[in-house]
Design a protein around this ligand. Structure first.
Ligand SMILES: [Zn+2]
Length: 380
């Protein structure tokens, strides 16, 4: 499953990791096929199938590059507002830019959202103008037509992305405007999510109608619609959790005095000692001087072949650590916390003082529906 979700690294651009999920290949093939078999035989008739396919593949790859340009434009504006960009990935339904923090103001939110469609529209216009100029200069239709296709595709992409529905860029524009007018970010988020689900359902209905009348392209529309409904809902739940956990610190949630795995013990010895505490599945590893040395899970340990001659430190994984006074959201922003696999050691002055795992975060999310965590006034 993990390999299915992982994306293939494409390199780095200004420190940002670029990647492509394997499903991108599906899009490249579908676009190349549409350009080579449907568009070019009409737009540039009388050429060989090989030249149509060559132009089709080039057009599809150029379109993928223009998707990266769209995402890099978002990343550039994010950087300008001091938001770090974790990575940019291409996948089946386009590109995704992963930011480490949400935009701080409605203005930042708006400009960040508009940057992508703005870049797509610019690429589109440049490609279309170049195609027109080449055509006037007498270039062959096999060169002019794919370039014109690229231009039109980018302008359409910009237009589709501006539909005011989360998680599309237009949804972020809507969010920013409602946030600006009402002063409430959460209201903007709810409006964008509602519009996202509604627009997604409209696409599903249109797509299903098309599919029933025999057009297979309708299935594509259904897929995009279902994705929008799910993504808008997921974004909304994430935002609610984010608002609830805002202001909560690691120390409000962490578990103190966790069972630890001594680094110098053999795996065999440690696993036998584990039967005494049946609730812990991931352990911070500590040295004989009580210095933290990573983490280890039961899954890591039981899969060691020679448990009698392997020490816990041989199996320990390096993981990011946290400080007690750090905001919980900052820690969660660093990566996923999978139950039974990940744990965040909390260090105070280099000494292990607690741990944080998925269960603790789930607890905090649940209880913060009723009780404000992190209110530090004591009542008597
Ligand atoms: Zn975008």
């Amino acid at each position: 499953m993990n390999t299915l979700l992982r994306s293939v690294p494409l390199g780095r651009y200004r420190g940002v990791a670029l990647g492509a999920h394997w499903s991108t290949l599906v899009v490249v093939i579908l676009i190349a096929q549409a350009v080579a078999m449907a568009f070019l035989p009409v737009a540039a008739p009388g050429r060989s199938p090989v030249s149509y396919w060559l132009a089709g593949v080039l057009a599809a790859l150029a379109f993928m590059v223009s998707l990266l340009v769209h995402e890099l434009a978002h990343a550039r504006v994010a950087n300008r507002y001091g938001i770090e960009v974790r990575r940019i990935d291409l996948w089946l339904l386009g590109g995704a830019t992963e930011l480490t923090a949400p935009p701080p103001t409605p203005r930042a939110d708006l400009l960040l959202a508009l940057a992508g469609p703005g870049a797509s529209a610019a690429v589109g216009v440049v490609a279309a103008v170049t195609a027109t100029a080449l055509d006037a200069a007498g270039a062959p239709p096999l060169v002019v037509s794919p370039l014109m296709w690229l231009g039109v595709a980018n302008v359409l992409l910009a237009g589709f992305n501006l539909v005011p529905a989360a998680p599309l860029d237009g949804g972020r524009v809507l969010r920013a405007i409602v946030w600006w007018r009402t002063g409430e970010q959460a209201r903007g988020e709810r409006a964008a999510a509602f519009a996202g689900r509604a627009f997604g359902l409209v696409l599903v209905a249109l797509g299903a109608g098309n599919a029933f009348s025999g057009r297979t392209s309708g299935l594509w529309l259904v897929l995009v619609g279902v994705f929008l409904v799910f993504a808008a809902s997921a974004e909304q739940s994430y935002n609610e959790v984010r608002h609830r956990l805002d202001g909560v610190l690691v120390r409000d949630v962490m578990r103190t005095d966790p069972p630890v795995a001594p680094a110098w013990w053999t795996v065999d010895r440690f696993l036998r000692s584990c039967t005494a505490d049946r609730h812990q599945r991931v352990f911070p590893v500590v040295s004989s001087e009580a210095a933290p040395m990573g983490v280890v899970s039961l899954t890591d340990l039981v899969s060691v072949p020679d448990q009698a001659h392997t020490t816990v430190s041989d199996v320990a994984r390096d993981v990011p650590v946290a400080l007690p006074g750090e905001p919980l959201l900052d820690v969660l922003g660093r990566g996923p916390l999978t139950a039974g696999r990940d744990i965040v050691p909390v260090l105070d002055d280099g000494v292990l003082t607690g741990v944080l795992d998925a269960e603790d975060v789930a607890w905090a999310t649940e209880i913060s529906r009723a009780v404000r965590l992190g209110d530090r006034e004591t009542s008597s």
